[in-house]
Design a protein around this ligand. Sequence first.
Ligand SMILES: NC(=O)c1ccc[n+]([C@@H]2O[C@H](COP(=O)([O-])OP(=O)(O)OC[C@H]3O[C@@H](n4cnc5c(N)ncnc54)[C@H](O)[C@@H]3O)[C@@H](O)[C@H]2O)c1
Ligand SMILES: [Zn+2]
Length: 361
Amino acid sequence: MSADFYKTKISNCHVIAGNEIFTEIAGYFDNYSLNRTDIVILLDENTKKYCLDILKEKTDLFEHAKIIDINSGEANKTLDTASYIWDKLSDMAADRHTLMVNLGGGVICDLGAFVASVYKRGLKFINIPTTLMSQVDAGFGGKSAIDFNGIKNLLGLFSDPVFVFVYPPFLNSLNTRDFYSGFAEIIKYSVISDVIQPDDLINFDIHNKVYLNKLIFKSIGFKSSIVNLDLRENGLRKILNFGHTIGHAMESFSLINDKNYLTHGEAIAIGIICETYLSVKKSGFPESFMHLIASVILQYFPKYSIKPADFIQLLGFMKHDKKNLAGKIKFVLMKAPGIAVFDQDCNKEEIAEALNYYAGL
Ligand SMILES: NC(=O)c1ccc[n+]([C@@H]2O[C@H](COP(=O)([O-])OP(=O)(O)OC[C@H]3O[C@@H](n4cnc5c(N)ncnc54)[C@H](O)[C@@H]3O)[C@@H](O)[C@H]2O)c1
Ligand SMILES: [Zn+2]
């Protein structure tokens, strides 16, 4: 695999990744007759500061783009922010010819895709993911979402960008905490596939750019292959939610209870440990791999304190998980790296045991 360029397609959406992508962008605009004169870029204060100028330097396509600027962070992935953006689009007289460009991390990509898909029954949009999290996961795959009533991703729809442009050098300005957040999804890929190997985790190094590009390309390749087989998550795609039943509950819990709330990846890292534990207990996942995963996670992610008194609230959040059936919390568990069992019931006691395992590490 070249370290410079990677290209794939998810449904009709092209995903183009690498340090040389900007030579290709204009061609894609032409092939798909995208509007060059009516472009709106959605960004937050960090991507305005660190990414907008790079984007404009690399191509003149965005020279005259209008900007919609929102505050960064998961706490803003809400209906209020969506309303604010719809107001702005309406003030700008955006119409179905307008092209929306989501320049940012997973929050901008999730929220921007949602806003664009609903406005006037759908604007064309492209995602330009700028965090590791969004370059390996959130920026492509066709899911859009906002949080609602404190529940993660409660409102959303499947809706594809026309293109996704992944430019790894955007990551140069990312802080370490947000970098590691994206690493959590790469750790997830190591459990659910053989594309990411234990060596990839042990050697993870945010300064080794060639190696990092390869990890990004492998992650895009793996997620794309799964999504293409199950675009609307009727079966196989659920594997990508490994770690997210407990992880999303942790994230929602922290958003409500902590001023400095967990990042998505930090919450998912906890979910991965707990759901690997459940996989060992219930599906025969190798214990040695669980120990490896737990030790890698403890090396990169701060330990989060959870007490038995918090379990009820966490279980309450798990009841909102989109994979649940007939009111039962359903998990994706693993038999072995890469081999999943779907729709597994775990009762309160088992979930509490998994949370206790994490708490006791
Ligand atoms: N749709 C999906 O398939 C999917 C998959 C995984 C995660 N997600 C969602 O993604 C979100 C998390 O994404 P995230 O981790 O990217 O968080 P984020 O979007 O909040 O970005 C993290 C921080 O990095 C800043 N930032 C972004 N790019 C930067 C850059 N190049 N340099 C400096 N700072 C930069 C942002 O402003 C923010 O402060 C969650 O809401 C999660 O639910 C969605
Ligand atoms: Zn995730």
